[in-house]
Design a protein around this ligand. Structure first.
Ligand code: FE2
Length: 285
């Protein structure tokens, strides 16, 4: 067993997207800051409706998958097929854009607060043109495991092994075998977890800071910063001075060329041009 160390730190930057939604972007703030297969991680967090009320009006996607996870508030969504839904506080949505989807995502506050994440995950070349699909996950479908020292783990996607139990999250079947955990630790709390040695992994604390790595090589990771981990099959994380909450993501790297133009993520420039032509001609979806 080798414990992964903190290899690269990607502080989030404040930016805006969609109709002018203010957000913090760590992965994906430029095209060199990705962790294959993860393309982008956005965190939305605001108590001011002006920061997000314009939402993400109708926009297209092609060539990848997204997981949206809401902590507070909710997200109304609607797509070109006429599907609509309301992603609730504590719930998640898994969308496979595949060959194309055109949708709107409109954040709504609850008790004055809106907070959540959107993660973009690449699709392998052979699956980029598959039909679009999505799945809404209700908050009560997300398993919660209590840790012996008072911490708590929510399993949003993939399969976690915690204290000898194997627990499957509601989202299964992301092409790159993604594990998506939301972990809360009290002061001094610790979380050790086995991860597939072939998967890339990163951690994103959104409250408090954590320390990671094996004893003798611990490094601290600040809040709202993505910490990319070295290869290994085990992760050790501790909240030292303050309680912490963080996302832990792991997935199988694709090792394929990436050409991205805004909401289109393909393997070649020609495929991007095709996506733009298809969108212009109403043939994206
Ligand atoms: Fe979108």
């Amino acid at each position: 067993m080798s414990t992964r160390t903190l290899q690269q730190i990607i502080p989030s930057i404040t930016t805006s997207d969609g109709g002018g939604v203010k957000l913090r972007r760590s992965l994906g703030q430029n095209q060199t800051l990705r962790v294959d297969p993860f393309l982008m991680l956005d965190e939305f967090s605001s108590t001011d409706a002006d920061d997000y009320i314009a939402g993400f009006p109708d926009h297209p996607h092609r060539g990848f998958e997204t997981v949206t996870y809401m902590l507070d508030g909710h997200m109304l969504h609607q797509d070109h097929l006429g599907n609509q839904g309301d992603l609730k506080s504590g719930g998640a949505q898994w969308m496979t854009a595949g060959r194309g989807i055109i949708h709107s995502e409109m954040p709504q506050q609850e008790s004055g607060r809106m907070r959540g994440f959107q993660l973009w995950i690449n699709l392998p070349a052979k699956e980029k043109m598959k039909p679009a699909s999505y799945q809404d996950v209700q908050p009560e479908e997300i398993p919660i495991v209590n840790l012996p020292d008072g911490g708590q783990v929510k399993i949003i996607a993939g399969i976690a092994e915690i204290d000898g139990q194997t627990i499957a999250g509601p989202i299964q079947g992301i092409s790159t075998g993604v594990l998506f955990l939301d972990v809360h630790l009290p002061v001094g709390g610790r979380f050790d977890h086995t991860v597939d040695a072939m998967h890339n992994a990163f951690v994103y604390p959104y409250e408090g800071q954590v320390e990671m790595g094996p004893i003798g090589n611990r490094r601290s990771l600040a809040s709202q910063t993505a910490g990319v981990l070295s290869p290994g099959d085990r992760i050790e994380i501790q909240a030292v001075d303050q309680a912490a909450a963080f996302l832990l993501l792991a997935g199988r790297p694709l090792g394929e060329p990436i050409v991205q133009y805004g909401p289109f993520v393909m393997n070649t420039r020609e495929e991007i041009e095709q996506a733009m032509t298809d969108y212009r001609n109403g043939q994206l979806v």
